[in-house]
Design a protein around this ligand. Sequence first.
Ligand SMILES: [Zn+2]
Length: 214
Amino acid sequence: MNESLRSACETALRYPMTPHSRRHGPCGYTDDRAYKPWLRDEFSFRCVYCLSRERWRPDGQEDFAVDHITPQSADPSLAHEYDNLSYACCSCNRNRQDAVLPFDLSREPIAQHVEFAPDGTAEALSAEGRLLIRICHLNRPLLVEFRRRLQSLLELLASRGTTDDERLLRELLGYPSDLPDLASKRPPRGNTRPSGIAQSSFEQRRSGRLPEVY
Ligand SMILES: [Zn+2]
């Protein structure tokens, strides 16, 4: 099994170790849904809170929502600001409602505060992590069960490593087939980070640079 596949197996349920640095900057949409293609790419097609991926959901991106980092109720002026938006599965988004996050996601990675145990439980590494787990219900029983099953499956496939196992791993850990073509979008007030387009998954796939798995 190649190194990138093995590494993707090991990190699928680990939060990124560094704070998220934005690569896109569309401006001026007044309907949040217009930001969704940008956010899908920005956050690698997975929920920032529970790490569920579009690929792991039967309805793909339909199960994901535009999430407001600072809730609209706390500051309505940020409601349509791209840098205040993130990408969350509908369950985390609904559970969180208008709760204020216990730390700034752009300065501190969630990895500093929460990690997933081998049995699928979300474990707090700090008081802020405890609060985040509670706010987003990261230990909801069906989600813990799903993580435990997924972890076991990834370990089994990686340890056997047959051609069929590798094919299944590429399906589980690959990018969705419907990558958004961001170069075709025309945000009403432009894009403050236009160089991000070349780094988008769609453009990387087009030029053969997109990793097979992540
Ligand atoms: Zn989630």
